[in-house]
Design a protein around this ligand. Structure first.
Ligand code: 7LV
Length: 336
C-alpha cells in the first residue's frame, strides 16, 4: 500500500483524502521544501480505462491556464500505475456548500463571487478553452473565500471539440444550455455563458432556475426557458440573468460583455485580474528566483532557464509556484 506513494517520498507528505471525483482521489498534502499545503489528485490508470485521454486533456489544459481564479497546477507526474496532479489547496471547500450554509448570497457577495468566476471563464475563452461543466461543485474557495475554478476534465479546446460526443459533454443537466440538450451543434463559449446564468441564479436565490426530478421534464423546462424571478432580486440582477438565460444562443451575451454589464460594475470592486495574466508565466519573479537559487546553490540565471521550460514534472517548478504564491499573499519583505 505504502509503496504506491513512494514516488512522493521526500517531496510531499500525504495526509487524509479530502474528496473523490470520478476515478480520482484527492488528498491533502504538504510540499516539504516550503511547508505549503497542496492538494494531490491521484488517478489509477487501470481504473481510468478509456477515460485516460480525458485526464490527459485536463492536464494539458491546466498546464497553460495561469489565472488567480483557476486552481493552479504545480506539478504532475506518473508512475506505471498512477497519475499524480499536484494543485493549489483550496481551504474554503466547494462553493456549493458555501451557498447552502447561507441559503443564498446577498447581491454584494454574489456579485463579488460571480465577477471572479466570470473573469476566470473569460480568461479560458480568450485562451480558446471552454469549461463545459460550470456548476457550484466545480468552484472552490480559498482561505479568503476567493474563487478557484476546477475540474477541466470535460473541457474542450480547438483540437478536441469535434470529438467529444453529447453524453460526455453535458456534465450536469440543470446547468446545460438548451442547444446542448437538443443535441444540435453548439458553440462552447455560448453554452458556458448559459451555465454562468444558471450559476448566478443559484448564487442569488439558493435554488435552480430549471429543476425537476424527471430528466425529460427538466429538459422541457430548459428549452422553454421560463424561470421564476423572486421578489428579492434587484432590477439589475434580473437584467443580467436575462442576458445569460437567452434560449437562443445568438441573443446571449459573451462573457466579456458580461464583465462590462452595469450590474457587474456596480458597487466598490476590487480590481479583476487582467485577462492576459499568463504573461506571468514567462516573466519569472526575480525575488523567488534569487531565494531559490541561493537555497540550492546555483546561479539565478541557470535556475531561471531551467524553470522557463515550465516542465511540470519538476518539483522545483512546484517550489517556485508556492513561493510566488506566498510572496503574493504575504508581500515581499520575507524575500529580502
Ligand atoms: C466533486 N468533484 C468532482 C470532485 C471534488 C474532489 C475534492 C475537491 N476538494 C474538496 O472536496 N475539498 C473539501 C477540499 C479541497 C481542497 N483543495 C482542492 C484543490 C483542488 C481540487 C481539485 C479536484 C479535482 Cl477532482 C480537480 O479536477 C481539480 Cl482541477 C482540482 N479539489 C480540492 C478540494 C473538490 C472537488
Amino acid at each position: 500500500k505504502e509503496n504506491e506513494f513512494s514516488v512522493l517520498e521526500g517531496f510531499y507528505l500525504i495526509h487524509e483524502t479530502i474528496g473523490r471525483g470520478g476515478f480520482a482521489k484527492v488528498k491533502k498534502a504538504t510540499h516539504i521544501l516550503t511547508g505549503e499545503r497542496v492538494a494531490i489528485k491521484i488517478l489509477d490508470k487501470a481504473a481510468l480505462g478509456d477515460d485516460l485521454p480525458r485526464v490527459k486533456q485536463e492536464i494539458e489544459t491546466l498546464k497553460f491556464l495561469n489565472h488567480p481564479h483557476i486552481c493552479q497546477m504545480y506539478q504532475t507526474f506518473d508512475t506505471d500505475r498512477k497519475i499524480f496532479i499536484v494543485m493549489e489547496y483550496c481551504q474554503g471547500g466547494e462553493l456549493f456548500d458555501y451557498i447552502v450554509q447561507r441559503d443564498r448570497l446577498t447581491e454584494v457577495e454574489g456579485r463579488r463571487i460571480f465577477r471572479q468566476i466570470a473573469s476566470a471563464v473569460a480568461y479560458c475563452h480568450q485562451k480558446g478553452v471552454v469549461h463545459r461543466d460550470l456548476k457550484p461543485e466545480n468552484i472552490l474557495l480559498d482561505s479568503e473565500n476567493n474563487v478557484k475554478l476546477i475540474d477541466f476534465g470535460l473541457c474542450a479546446n480547438s483540437t478536441n471539440c469535434h470529438k467529444v460526443e453529447l453524453e460526455t459533454c453535458c456534465g450536469s443537466p440543470a446547468y446545460a444550455a438548451p442547444e446542448l440538450i437538443k443535441g444540435e451543434r453548439y458553440i462552447g463559449t455560448q453554452a458556458d455563458v448559459w451555465s454562468l446564468g444558471v450559476l448566478l441564479y443559484a448564487l442569488l436565490n439558493g435554488f435552480l432556475p430549471f429543476d425537476d426530478a424527471n430528466l425529460g421534464i427538466l429538459y422541457k423546462k430548459i428549452q422553454i426557458g421560463k424561470y421564476e424571478e423572486p421578489r428579492w432580486l434587484s432590477e439589475g440582477s434580473k437584467n443580467i440573468l436575462r442576458c445569460m438565460l437567452q434560449i437562443d444562443p445568438k441573443y446571449r451575451v459573451s462573457v466579456d460583455q458580461l464583465l462590462n454589464h452595469t450590474w457587474c460594475q456596480e458597487g466598490s470592486q476590487e480590481p479583476l485580474p487582467l485577462v492576459d495574466t499568463d504573461d506571468s508565466m514567462n516573466v519569472v519573479d526575480n525575488d523567488v528566483i534569487r531565494l531559490m537559487a541561493a537555497n540550492i546553490g546555483v546561479q539565478p540565471e541557470l535556475l531561471k532557464s531551467r524553470l522557463s521550460l515550465v516542465n511540470y514534472d519538476k518539483y522545483e517548478l512546484a517550489t517556485y509556484f508556492l513561493l510566488l504564491r506566498r510572496k503574493q499573499k504575504t508581500g515581499v519583505q520575507i524575500f529580502r
